[in-house]
Design a protein around this ligand. Sequence first.
Ligand SMILES: Nc1ncnc2c1ncn2[C@@H]1O[C@H](COP(=O)(O)OP(=O)(O)OP(=O)(O)O)[C@@H](O)[C@H]1O
Ligand SMILES: [Mg+2]
Length: 244
Amino acid sequence: MDKKLAESVLSIFKDCIFDGELTEYSFEEKILKYLPEDLNYDYHYGATKIVFILPDKNFVIKIPFSGRYKDKMIEINTKQGVKRKRISSYSKFTGAQSPMSVEGDEWNYCQVECDIYALAEEEAVEDFFAKTECIGFIHDYPIYVQEIAKIYEDIFYSCETEKTEYRKKYTEEDYEKIDSLCYNHNYDYFNKYWLCDAFKYYGEIKGEEFLQFIKNACVGDLHKANIGYIGDRPVIIDYSGFND
Ligand SMILES: Nc1ncnc2c1ncn2[C@@H]1O[C@H](COP(=O)(O)OP(=O)(O)OP(=O)(O)O)[C@@H](O)[C@H]1O
Ligand SMILES: [Mg+2]
């Protein structure tokens, strides 16, 4: 993304509170509350990121959560004896597994996407991934953009629409071919329809290189809300997994 656009995207968040702790429970108080009043936007979030969509833009803005709230049991001494109580406490992510990091206790799932994308470029399979890039920092907190895609789950919201749409497009042999390829090489057979689209769009050789790549780079959790299309191009939009 060019510098000017990156700066204007960053400026949207200039009044937000980035104090190092951001979770799915605090983004409303720390971010949404301080966005410009006239900003027209939509947002989604998952376990590890909040994602902003602006009208007529070919990118989304992704901000990583720093951790999450976890329940744990504590023991308290009372007059009646020891009682167990469930409390919820903040825990920073430690399992964001980047192929580039040596320490292995990373929290930033957006940076994992950047790193995997860079690795995919080295192996010439980057087109399978919606490109993620860091555009800068607000109070030392990193902000990312990613190519916008149509999410698989939003196109094929029911198994029925998925089946009827694809029954017209592919034969049982097409599915079986990919199925046996995945079975024989222990590749992840995560979504047979999307995989058929990918093999058709990129070709069988590239398709297999991609399956080998995601196996080596441990890219998983490829459910229907993490895959999609940019035009006709099948892409993965969430390739940082979840490991906490
Ligand atoms: N490139 C994109 N284009 C369009 N929508 C997107 C894009 N990236 C993310 N989204 C939307 O935001 C949601 C959350 O993004 P993402 O999957 O990256 O976050 P997450 O916190 O890692 O999710 P998960 O709960 O799967 O771990 C997606 O399911 C999707 O609806
Ligand atoms: Mg996701």
